[in-house]
Design a protein around this ligand. Structure first.
Ligand code: GLN
Length: 446
């Protein structure tokens, strides 16, 4: 824990991963743990962790990187926070993100832009950019991010670390400030696959406070790290190595496939025909759910309240106008439109049908294959401020991550090489509740 704070003091002035540090409490807790009985200490005992700032922490501000929640101090801990505490981990602070997790660069934070530790002129990805950058910079060995449409995997790829989006329902969402409830999952970000497996074990499991959390047995993920992938059937969707994906990224992914082959896996080309609709489908559904979830920020119950409003309507209008950033407002508008009486059949209901087709694409590939492998992101990290203007690249990036959330299946991103000094991520996608196989394959590279 002391080393963590030393590294944060040395680097975070430049990286800007943390929104808040809880140094006093963390050092006191670490000291108390040192003096606690040795029996029953688990593998994560005494290890520091950073928490994305949309996961509620009792007594420590949870802002979602929004002016709306700048002064919001929760009165309870999220289930995942209780669980990392039970595992004996020490939380060192809260990590920056795009406002309400809406974005892919962490430039949409209302407070600061996080920088990529590999190249400070570049973004760390997003929305869990703080979580990925903090791990990449060695400020913490573990962090928690959230992934609604790629927000754990894409920043993990940009920062050269390991990020897992678990199966929907594997990890309780109790205490996660909701963005799109049918897509959101909390996931671990770490430097190694083994660490990632340990942290997922610590946070998984059914929780009566989240009715969408699964009863499914949680296996010992570490036991899956055998190094043996002989006979593994790997599918490579042709859509994932097509137009819009940078040549360097394709090269490194192909090289990774060769490694898998050399370890005894067989590779086959497949197609996910509906993946071209993944991005519009995701945006219709995610914004619809967000418009409903974010209705609770009304200037009355939580967070920011505009001053000098003359009546209730004005409190609502002005608090929301002043408290939310542009991207969040834009999405609330899209979502409200997608759910409106005149348009919900054409937009929301249609998107839900396409969501089913996207899930069926995956299901039919998994009839003959164990995992799907491809890039996590079409390119390496973008320049800060330059943001990607090229729509083709943005479109391709979304195809690679959001369909996994729409289908509710798990996927992990691991580093697979560099281009111009910036890391490239390899994405391994699996069947529902088969994180074990993802860890086994990911570990085979280490
Ligand atoms: N880029 C996606 C978006 O902006 C990712 C969101 C997420 O996973 N939180 O919606």
């Amino acid at each position: 824990t002391e080393d963590s704070f030393k590294q944060i003091a040395a680097l975070d002035g430049q990286v800007k991963a943390f929104l808040a540090l809880t140094e006093e409490e963390a050092l006191a807790k670490a000291a108390a743990l040192d003096n606690s009985p040795k029996e029953g200490r688990g593998p994560l005992f005494g290890l520091p962790i950073g928490i994305k700032d949309n996961i509620v922490t009792k007594g420590t501000a949870t802002t979602c990187a929004s002016k709306m929640l700048e002064n919001f101090v929760p009165v309870y801990d999220a289930t995942v926070v209780e669980k990392v505490n039970e595992a004996g981990m020490v939380s060192v602070g809260k990590l920056n993100m795009d406002e309400f997790a809406m974005g892919s660069t962490t430039e949409r934070s209302a407070f600061q832009t996080t920088h990529n530790p590999w190249n400070l002129d570049c973004v760390p990805g997003g929305s869990s950019g703080g979580s990925a950058a903090a791990v990449a910079a060695g400020e913490v060995p573990f962090s928690l991010g959230t992934d609604t449409g790629g927000s754990v995997r894409q920043p993990a790829a940009f920062c050269g670390v390991v990020g897992m989006k678990p199966t929907y329902g594997r990890v309780s969402r109790n205490g996660l400030v909701a963005f799109a409830s049918s897509l959101d999952q909390i996931g671990p970000i770490t430097r190694t696959v083994e660490d990632n497996a340990l942290l997922l074990n610590a946070i998984s499991g059914v929780d009566h406070r989240d009715s969408s959390s699964s009863q499914q047995q949680v296996p010992d993920f570490k036991a899956a790290l055998t190094g043996d992938i002989k006979g593994l059937r790997v599918a490579v969707p042709k859509e994932y190595l097509g137009e819009g994906i940078a040549e360097d990224v394709k090269d490194k992914v192909r090289a990774s496939l060769k490694v898998l082959e050399s370890l005894g896996a067989t590779i086959g080309e497949v197609t996910l025909p509906h993946s071209k609709y993944a991005s519009p489908t995701y945006y219709a559904i995610a914004t619809a759910e967000a418009s409903s979830n974010l209705a609770r920020f009304d200037g009355i119950r939580y967070g920011y309240r505009a001053e000098g409003a003359k009546n209730l309507d004005e409190i609502y209008l002005r608090s929301r106008a002043e408290g939310f950033g542009t991207e969040v407002k834009k999405r609330i508008l899209y979502g409200t439109y997608a759910l409106s009486a005149d348009h919900h059949e054409d937009l929301y209901v249609k998107a839900m049908k396409v969501r089913t087709l996207i899930s069926q694409d995956f299901a039919s590939v998994f009839e003959n294959y164990d995992v799907i492998v491809g890039p996590t992101s079409a390119t390496t990290a973008y320049e800060i401020g330059g943001a990607v203007k090229d729509q083709l690249t943005l479109y391709a990036n979304d195809i690679l991550t959001v369909s996994v959330n729409l289908a509710g299946i798990p996927a992990i991103s691991i580093p697979c090489g560099f281009s111009d000094g910036l890391p490239i991520g390899l994405q391994i996608i699996g069947k529902h509740f088969d994180e074990e196989t993802l860890y086994r394959v990911a570990h085979a590279f280490e």
